[in-house]
Design a protein around this ligand. Structure first.
Ligand code: ZN
Ligand code: FE
Length: 259
């Protein structure tokens, strides 16, 4: 059953190109935050909004997602949710999570989705009742994270898992990499009209100094070359018509690493 939520989101640019995001439910007053690249802009945002922080969600152990955690937890007393697999690296986690674990938020449930590849511990979070998901450094707008700890095959199954969320799902990710990703996608799919439209939108937003985030699963399915690795026409264009989806993804991710 669809629970009642009245969500407001607030995107917080941090460091060079990281994002944290606040999600506040006006009905319950609860507020969650995803990743802590830097405590100062987050504390300023909480003060500006007068939202009491209740949940801190951590996607993975990298420093640019966790370095403000100690200060933010101390200042707010919020409970910290994060990957069980990185408890040794992020000991401030109160609730250690694995794939499919549930988190209560207001009257609804958030789900932890294991998405190894960028790191082995990586979790994404999905709030179905809010039609919103947080994809960290796994799925970016028009891109995906570099594969540091898992295999390229792991990463394909992780991005494909996210691509299968309902199309109307709003997506917040961990970095503003959209323009650089767009250049790569266009090099692979120069005739993708929806991609060209998205690139125009991205260029306009960046020219105004605005974020290109959030995006949606629907938008990404149409324009993000990495999650389109299972598209027959794209496989054909790459001369990989008879290859597995993960093999095509591997080719794309490898080309992007050298782009
Ligand atoms: Zn990372
Ligand atoms: Fe990152």
């Amino acid at each position: 059953m669809m629970q009642e939520l009245d969500l407001q989101t607030y995107l917080i640019p941090c460091l060079e190109d990281n994002y944290s995001v606040l999600v506040h439910d006006a009905l319950s007053g609860q507020t969650l935050l995803v990743d802590v690249p830097d405590q100062a802009p987050i504390l300023a945002a909480l003060e500006e909004k007068s939202w009491p922080l209740t949940h801190i969600l951590i996607t993975h152990h990298h420093w640019d997602h966790t370095q403000g955690l100690e200060a933010l937890k101390r200042e707010t007393g919020a409970k910290v949710y994060g990957p069980k697999a990185s408890l040794d690296k992020v000991p401030l986690i109160d609730h250690a999570l694995e794939d499919g674990d549930e988190i209560s938020f207001s009257d609804s449930l958030l789900y932890a989705l294991s998405t190894p590849g960028h790191t082995l511990d990586h979790l994404c979070y999905w709030l179905p009742d809010g039609e919103i998901a947080f994809t960290g450094d796994t799925l970016f707008s028009l891109g995906c994270g570099r594969v540091f700890e898992g295999t390229l095959k792991d990463m394909w199954f992780s991005v494909d898992k996210l691509a299968k969320l309902p199309p109307e799902t709003t997506i917040f990710c961990g970095h503003e990499y959209t323009k650089a990703n767009a250049d790569f996608c266009l090099s692979i799919e120069p005739d993708n009209e929806l991609l060209k439209r998205r690139i125009k939108e991205v260029e306009d937003l960046r020219a105004q100094g605005k974020p290109t985030i959030p995006t949606t699963i629907l938008e990404e399915r149409a324009t993000n070359t990495f999650i389109r690795a299972n598209d027959p026409a794209l496989k054909q264009a790459l001369g990989m018509a008879d290859k597995e989806d993960w093999e095509v993804f591997t080719e794309l991710r490898t080309r992007k690493d050298n782009f």
